[in-house]
Design a protein. Structure first.
Length: 179
């Protein structure tokens, strides 16, 4: 079924119509955008979990492996840098590193710059799993975005950047320049 503007109807249209009927006193326009973003996030989460699971990974594992992979050779970071990248607590990160090391995806090495510190290094097996999972994730994401076409995808990316940049700037800690 199409809406008045020739667009397909979705469940958010029904949700908005119901709220307009029940609460005509409220300006519910934000629901038209943000309810769709929320629903899209759920679809993306399912696609991410499926892409990662097919490579024996969970989302958190991919987050750590991909943070290391993006560093370029020698594919290593301190646990503290991984904390800042993945926004988890130190205890959570220690547990994640332990589990990834037990699976042979990362290894701990002494940090030559800091005798008390360690570096977490991506193994070749970890790089292979991260690369394969990323390829599957990108295929799933392309499928999710396919109805828009390239130009409209770029337009949407720009609009979302406008919304997210100020929110991220207020809420995310910035890594220290000295590190």
């Amino acid at each position: 079924m199409l809406t008045l503007m020739g667009q397909p109807r979705d469940e958010v249209d029904d949700l908005v119509a119901a709220w307009r009927s029940e609460r005509p006193d409220l300006a519910i326009e934000p629901l038209q955008v943000l309810s769709r973003v929320s629903r899209l996030a759920r679809h993306l989460d399912r696609a991410r979990r499926a892409a990662f699971a097919s490579h024996g990974l969970e989302s958190w594992g991919f987050d750590v492996l991909s943070a290391l992979r993006r560093q370029g050779p020698p594919y290593q970071l301190t646990p503290g840098a991984l904390l800042r990248t993945t926004l988890v607590t130190s205890g959570t990160m220690t547990n994640r590193i332990d589990r990834l090391a037990a699976a042979g995806l990362v290894r701990r090495q002494p940090d030559p710059q800091d005798k008390r510190g360690v570096l977490v290094t991506l193994t070749s097996k970890g790089a292979e799993q991260a690369d394969a999972a990323l390829a599957d994730l990108l295929a799933a994401e392309r499928a999710l975005l396919a109805p828009l076409g390239t130009g409209r995808q770029q337009e949407l990316a720009g609009l979302l950047r406008e919304l997210l940049a100020p929110l991220d700037a207020r809420q995310l800690p910035r890594p220290s320049a000295a590190r």
